[in-house]
Design a binder for this molecule. Structure first.
Ligand code: SAH
Ligand code: SF4
Ligand code: F3S
Length: 438
């Protein structure tokens, strides 16, 4: 008897590491005969790869699960799984709140998924196993275009006072250099031209390589030597781990793209201290100066939290000041969300209206800077890697070196081509450009 392939629907929440993990989980289940579908209604298995970073993100999972009820009633064999950081943080609680869930798997044990889906009854695995999950996963086969993520480091030992990641992802672990180079070469041999190295603390990378532990800069240099790999990026970095070698790599390596996401969270020393970030605003600004000296056209991005417990108007103004001094090309700002089990959650919260008003002001300033940075690109020549065709005929869409979305009129353009363009206009969320070379 030959079975029709079973269909798997995966929804991914949260950060890029979850995007990477979802791809790997699909591969793992592919070995059990599952093919992915974009349509939840036709799935034999629905997997939610979840995020616990803010309350809203976590609660969204429960409302989405609620919406799966009619599907499960219509198709009792449908398997429903919860993976990722909510799975890790809430474990059995998920089964209690949502009896329709069949399996719960944490981010460090999803290589065990193929066995779990075959188990009868409810299964839960939120271990931090001894074995390296990446060594127990099949090769990557289903690539989506010329760009790929590659997780090089996981977990976090920094314990910022607001953050769940050290609890959901566990302690910092770096994957060995050899494995990463093999995975990168394999990606390139299958058409990938841009790789983004991922880690919760990616610039803290210290994987085992020839002669001992390698830092991120050395790993990037080695990857830059891979024939056909045209672009490298990495995210997310902590300011305290931006060492001289990594800054130098930005000056040295043409493959390393001029864009850096470097979260600062606040511009107030008092709040930075309460957040356990272990640096001051002045130190951050000094670091930005050194990075810009190495790579003058680098576009900087950041994360901010407003309304952290105890944040005064003066603290918030210090954040606004820092933003005014840096001129970010992009930034993400979030209203503080108290997370169970984190030290900050013990402290009294600010009134919601105060935090909302500050968030609004910060976002307005960031939007202004983002528009200015985009506008400043007009007339400039940059590289664009085509990722897909655009909505208009003859249009290609890709990312610039500075990670701007760019629309190019190029009827002969091909997905996967890396071309030189001149930016002609800036609109709300993208740039328009004309191709100037092969
Ligand atoms: N490892 C990265 C960030 C991981 S989480 C780093 O250290 O920067 C991504 C962003 O979510 C954080 O930078 C922070 O701005 C935000 N964030 C994390 N916990 C939060 C919380 N409890 N409330 C609001 N925002 C939060
Ligand atoms: Fe969370 Fe801080 Fe670690 Fe980033 S560095 S993942 S914000 S604890
Ligand atoms: Fe969210 Fe977990 Fe990533 S909490 S941000 S999915 S590491």
């Amino acid at each position: 008897m030959t079975d029709a392939p079973k269909k798997l629907f995966i929804k991914t929440y949260g950060c890029q590491m979850n995007v990477y993990d979802s791809e790997r989980m699909a591969e793992a289940l592919g070995a059990k005969g599952y093919v992915t579908t974009e349509v939840a209604e036709e799935a034999d298995m629905v997997l939610l790869n979840t995020c616990h970073i803010r309350e809203k993100a976590a609660e969204k999972v429960y409302s989405d699960l609620g919406r799966l009820r009619p599907l499960k009633q219509a198709k009792p064999d449908l398997k429903i799984g919860v993976a990722g950081c909510v799975a890790q943080a809430e474990g059995e609680e998920i089964l209690r709140r949502m009896p329709l869930v069949d399996l719960v798997v944490g981010p460090q044990s999803y290589h065990r998924l193929p066995e779990m889906v075959e188990a009868k009854g409810k299964v839960i695995d939120t271990d931090f196993p001894e074995e390296d999950k990446f060594e127990h996963l099949p090769e990557r086969k289903t690539l989506k275009g010329p760009t790929a993520f590659l997780t090089v480091q996981e977990g976090c030992d920094k314990f910022c006072a607001f953050c769940v990641v050290p609890y959901t992802r566990g302690a910092e672990v770096s994957r060995p250099v050899g494995r990463l180079l093999t995975e990168a070469r394999d990606l390139v041999s299958r058409g990938v031209r841009e790789i983004t190295l991922l880690g919760q603390n990616v610039n803290g990378y210290h994987g085992e390589g020839e002669g001992g532990a390698w830092g991120l800069a050395r790993l990037l240099r080695e990857m830059a030597g891979i024939e056909g790999l045209e672009r490298l990026r990495y995210t997310t970095s902590h300011p305290n781990d931006m060492d001289d070698d990594l800054i130098a790599a930005h000056a040295e390596l043409p493959q390393l793209m001029p864009y850096l996401h470097l979260p600062v969270q606040s511009g107030s020393d008092r709040i930075l201290k309460a957040m356990n970030r272990k640096h001051t605003a002045a130190e951050y600004l000094h670091l930005i100066g050194r990075i810009r000296a190495a790579r003058p056209d680098i576009l900087l991005s950041s994360d901010f939290i407003v309304g952290f417990p105890g944040e005064t108007e003066e603290d918030f103004e210090a954040t606004m000041d820092l933003v005014r001094q840096v001129h970010f090309g992009q930034a993400f700002s979030f209203k503080y969300s108290a997370r169970p089990g984190t030290p900050a959650a013990e402290k009294p919260e600010l009134p919601a209206e105060v935090a909302d008003a500050r968030l609004y002001r910060l976002q307005a300033l960031i939007t202004e800077q983002q528009r200015a940075a985009q506008q400043a690109m007009v007339g400039r020549e940059v590289g664009v890697l085509y990722e897909k065709t655009g909505r208009l005929p003859g249009q290609m869409v890709g990312k610039s070196d500075h990670l701007h979305a760019v629309h190019v009129t190029d009827p002969s353009g091909q997905v996967g081509e890396l071309v030189r363009v001149r930016i002609t206009a800036s609109s709300t969320n993208s740039l328009a450009a004309e191709r100037i070379s092969a």
